[in-house]
Design a protein around this ligand. Structure first.
Ligand SMILES: [Cu+2]
Length: 265
């Protein structure tokens, strides 16, 4: 189906299915709208006062409406248990294996997104609330932990390789935020006290999207999709999708930069 609903540009592997679901929803809702609208007009005409001057207190006696209600309940149960729950299980619960995916932790706070990469060892370093410093160490990462030595953290900048499964482990430091990237057709609440994984495969690099949209400044944006406080409007993060090679280079450069001893300390 073409993009008749004017949805944002698509840049993830599963997004096409979501778009076609949204499209079919609109088609079904249009059918319902026309059906019920027609029924309403019929009733207004059929039961007008000049034709029905006196109210009929007995009402409808045929059991047709009872049976149609039962039929609707049965059909809805089939849609829920036969389609909705299995599709949800396949799409959301079945994560790609962690060794094939890039696992990254994204922690929302008022009003920023903290990104944490485990680095080449694929193990997230220890974090400790005592080490937390809003300016220099917003995640409280313990650099003395061997697993943390190769970790990379960024603020509001999520770099991802294209065409590889990404598992984002969502967390929140304070209130409920929501990680939404419209082009990936991904949106998930980040809830304090929970680590919620979501996964997707980005398919279009930022550079490619810039040529595609004709906008040299195009950026994928993480929009916080839950009203999370007064600064909610400025809780914006940016996603840069690169080729696998570019991403590896970025990660290596960033690692060299972040693990170097700080000359100002
Ligand atoms: Cu927020």
């Amino acid at each position: 189906m073409t993009n008749w609903l004017g949805l944002p540009a698509l840049a993830s592997a599963h997004g096409g299915q979501i778009d076609s679901l949204i499209g079919w929803m609109h088609v079904f809702m249009l059918i319902l709208f026309v059906g019920w609208g027609g029924f309403f007009v019929y009733c207004v005409v059929r039961f007008r006062r000049s034709r029905q001057p006196v109210a009929n207190y007995t009402g409808v006696t045929s059991p047709a409406s009872k049976y149609s209600e039962i039929a609707v309940a049965v059909i809805e149960a089939i849609i829920l248990f036969g389609f909705a729950i299995p599709i949800w299980a396949a799409r959301v619960d079945k994560m790609p294996p962690a060794h094939e995916a890039l696992v990254v932790q994204v922690t929302g706070e008022q009003f920023a997104w903290n990104v944490h990469y485990p680095g080449p060892d694929r193990v997230f370093g220890r974090t400790d609330i005592k080490l937390l410093d809003l300016q220099s160490n917003p995640l409280g990462l313990d650099r003395s932990d061997p697993a943390a030595k190769d970790d990379v953290t960024t603020l509001n900048q999520l770099y991802l390789p294209a065409n590889q499964p990404i598992i984002v482990r969502l967390k929140s430091k304070d209130v409920i935020h929501s990680f939404g990237v419209p082009e990936f057709r991904v949106k998930q609440d980040a809830i304090p006290g929970l680590t919620i994984p979501i996964w997707f495969v980005p398919t279009v690099t930022t550079a490619e999207m810039r040529t595609r949209t004709g906008n040299p400044e195009f950026q994928y944006e993480i929009a916080c999709a839950q009203l999370c406080g007064l600064g909610h409007y400025r809780m914006r993060g940016f996603v840069t999708v690169q080729t696998a090679e570019e991403f590896q280079k970025w990660l290596a450069d960033e690692l060299a930069l972040q693990s170097a001893p700080d000359p100002f300390r």
